[in-house]
Design a protein around this ligand. Sequence first.
Ligand SMILES: Cc1cc2nc3c(=O)[nH]c(=O)nc-3n(C[C@H](O)[C@H](O)[C@H](O)COP(=O)(O)OP(=O)(O)OC[C@H]3O[C@@H](n4cnc5c(N)ncnc54)[C@H](O)[C@@H]3O)c2cc1C
Length: 344
Amino acid sequence: MPKTDVIIIGAGPSGLFAAFYVGMRDLTARIIDPMAEVGGQLSALYPDKFIYDIAGFPKIRAKELVRNLVEQVKPFDPIYTLEERAERLEPLDEDGFAVTTSSGRTYLSRAVIITAGVGAFEPRRIEAEGVARLEHKGLEYAVRDARAYAGQRLLIIGGGDSAVDWALTLKDLADQVTLIHRRETFRAHGATVNRLIAAAEAGELTILTPYELQAVLGEERVREAVIVDKKTGRVRNLDVDAVLVLTGYVSKLGPIAHWGLELEKNRIKVDTRMETNIPGVFAAGDITTYPGKIRLIAVGFGEAATAANHAAAFAHPRLRVDPGHSSDHPPEGRPSVARSSLDD
Ligand SMILES: Cc1cc2nc3c(=O)[nH]c(=O)nc-3n(C[C@H](O)[C@H](O)[C@H](O)COP(=O)(O)OP(=O)(O)OC[C@H]3O[C@@H](n4cnc5c(N)ncnc54)[C@H](O)[C@@H]3O)c2cc1C
């Protein structure tokens, strides 16, 4: 079974920064997250909003901060295991842990850091006839490969940044794009909505509001969508090849609640080393609790550094907890962490 020094559960800002510090200790890391992209709440909930309280950045867009975190950890080449949710965490009789995910795969590590935020993000699934049956048969909740929509008649559902951004991106690739939203106004960033309206006026795509999906039809694959005008009740049938549902995410603490961790109001209790009640299992970021806890990205970064360095010393007791200064040990030019030593 594939083994890394550390498994990090959750690819939000705390998890990405924890992976950076694991790399600074010349150790290997696997980051697991059920989302298709990294960034946690920043990617799922507010990619285009500016953040003003990251030390050293007077102002930075959430998606840019995520991009920077990915860039920062790149020299250490962590393994990203995306679209898999950690379901089970088991201490092994010999040293280390086994983490089993929603894919049924099991990954091993010497130490674990839980940076699961407010829980696992999953697409907000919609209920309408044919939707569950045709998932992955033309109906998707995320764009896996934009090229798959080349030349297709595409229906996009949603009113937030994700739906509007993808409508604008895919209109140049798809044969036809229709965007429906159940309200009359879009929640997306103002400038993007203006571009959307301009594209519709230029005949590059069609916007229908307030419309809802009533059914998706097709045997082997999506063939037709039935949509309803919420104002008039009028039903329309659209010939489509694909349906993209981009209506946001819901989060659930889910399986973490059953791992034997000491919890307080759905948060994991940690000590000053960010260690939980299970030796070798650390936590950082929004998921942790202790007296005086504040939930901010800046705080999560500090906790991630503490958790990662203690996890490193737990994984390899020969290592000191104190990492020294990065200015003395720059990431560049180091021999890359021996990925080949992993049986992945
Ligand atoms: C609209 C909005 C604006 C905000 N603005 C600011 C701001 O200006 N400044 C600030 O400091 N903070 C802000 N925050 C809060 C900030 O986003 C959070 O503090 C931060 O995202 C916490 O990071 P995290 O890495 O701990 O958790 P998260 O960002 O929540 O990431 C956790 C990740 O863990 C994954 N996960 C959960 N369970 C599992 C599992 N079982 N298996 C695998 N993966 C799992 C989730 O899918 C998620 O990707 C804002 C929040 C919101 C919603």
